[in-house]
Design a protein around this ligand. Structure first.
Ligand code: COA
Ligand code: ZN
Length: 311
């Protein structure tokens, strides 16, 4: 039984910021590489405007060729009513993830709406999801620092989280969109969130721009968070956050938690192999660290050094 859940967001957050646009078939190949790694929750695409994120403009075509292994829960981003209509037409997506930014300026840049307009959209998406019988979750981006406005007051984040929870969003994730949080910031926000919303499932979404994502994840864990986003190999970024780089690599988080004695239910060697596949598909060297400690030999699983802890 896993003690910590790592949610794989590479097919969404990762690919949306990669220069190379993958075909639906290439995305399906990445899914296949992730298949037997033990991952149970994956964010696989976005129902956003194809002009905003061309890399995910094939959401429907990709979902039509994608195969979901038994036991996996798939989510996709849904920003508004139009997104909800599209998601409703693809029942393979189990969970709709609404997203907004705690910072007014980042929200405008990202979804061309005020935060208040996004809250109205959050209500519409929640209603539509309920009508369609889907699970929901919500991500609050720029929960720590905004690229335009600087540090985000924790009270703003908690206020939005309370409103989202009241709308029915029971799983709430908090994004360090530009990878500028520190462990102290994380501990403080998580404590406030847990006090305000003891019944919510809290998750953390770290970008590793400054290399602090593993430290921040551990800080969140010590405050009780058990859900963390990662992207295989550390792909990605955010096209609407200047300077943002990839998500923390899923396999790096997995290694950290396993080394600390917290079961993830993940197979590190298979994750490392999937990271290599991701690297080949996006056509660039990915920043993941743990993948380098595994042998690249075809059919692999061999070791170059001792990738303790091994699964
Ligand atoms: N999917 C596809 N098309 C959409 C859409 C969606 N979710 N939402 C709106 N549209 C279409 C509308 O149908 C309309 O089309 P029309 O001109 O043919 O009638 C057009 O887009 C404009 O609609 P509007 O409601 O004014 O949307 P917008 O242009 O203000 O864009 C978003 C709003 C949210 C759709 C857009 O900013 C977006 O997709 N952002 C995504 C950002 C993102 O994914 N960031 C990364 C995640 S951190
Ligand atoms: Zn992100």
């Amino acid at each position: 039984m896993a003690e910590v859940t790592l949610r794989e967001v590479g097919l969404r957050d990762g690919l949306q910021a990669e220069e190379r646009v993958l075909s639906p078939e290439e995305k399906a190949a990445l899914l296949q590489a992730l298949r037997d790694t033990g991952l149970s929750r994956l964010e696989v695409t976005s129902f956003v405007h194809p002009r905003a994120i061309p890399q995910l403009g094939d959401a429907e075509a990709f979902l039509d060729v994608a195969e979901k292994p038994p036991g996996q829960v798939w989510s996709a981003l849904v920003p508004n009513r139009r997104g909800a209509e599209r998601a409703a037409a693809r029942p393979i997506v189990d969970e709709w993830t609404f997203f907004l930014s705690a910072s007014e300026r980042h929200n405008q840049a990202n979804v061309r709406m005020s935060v208040e307009a996004s809250m109205r959209a959050a209500a519409e998406v929640a209603d539509a999801a309920q009508g369609a019988g889907r699970r929901t979750s919500a991500v609050v981006a720029t929960s720590f620092v905004c690229p335009y406005a600087g540090p985000t007051p924790p009270g703003d984040v908690v206020g939005l989280a309370r409103r989202l929870f009241a709308l029915g969003y029971r799983t709430l994730l908090f994004g360090d969109t530009i990878g500028a949080a520190s462990p102290t910031m994380v501990r403080r926000l998580v404590r406030e969130l847990r006090d305000a919303l003891p019944d919510a499932e809290l998750g953390l979404h770290f970008h590793n721009t400054r290399g602090q994502a593993p430290a921040n994840a551990l800080a969140g864990f010590t405050e009780g968070v058990r859900l963390f986003d990662g992207s295989i190999g550390g792909m990605g970024g955010c096209p609407y956050a200047p300077g943002a780089t990839g998500n923390v690599a899923t396999e790096d988080l997995a290694w950290l938690f396993e080394a600390e004695g917290h079961a993830t239910g993940l197979d590190l060697a298979r994750l490392a192999r999937a990271a290599r596949t991701a690297e080949t598909l996006v056509g660039r060297r990915l920043p993941g660290a743990v993948m380098r400690t595994f042998d690249a030999a075809p059919g692999g699983g061999g070791r170059r050094d001792a990738p303790w802890p091994s699964s």
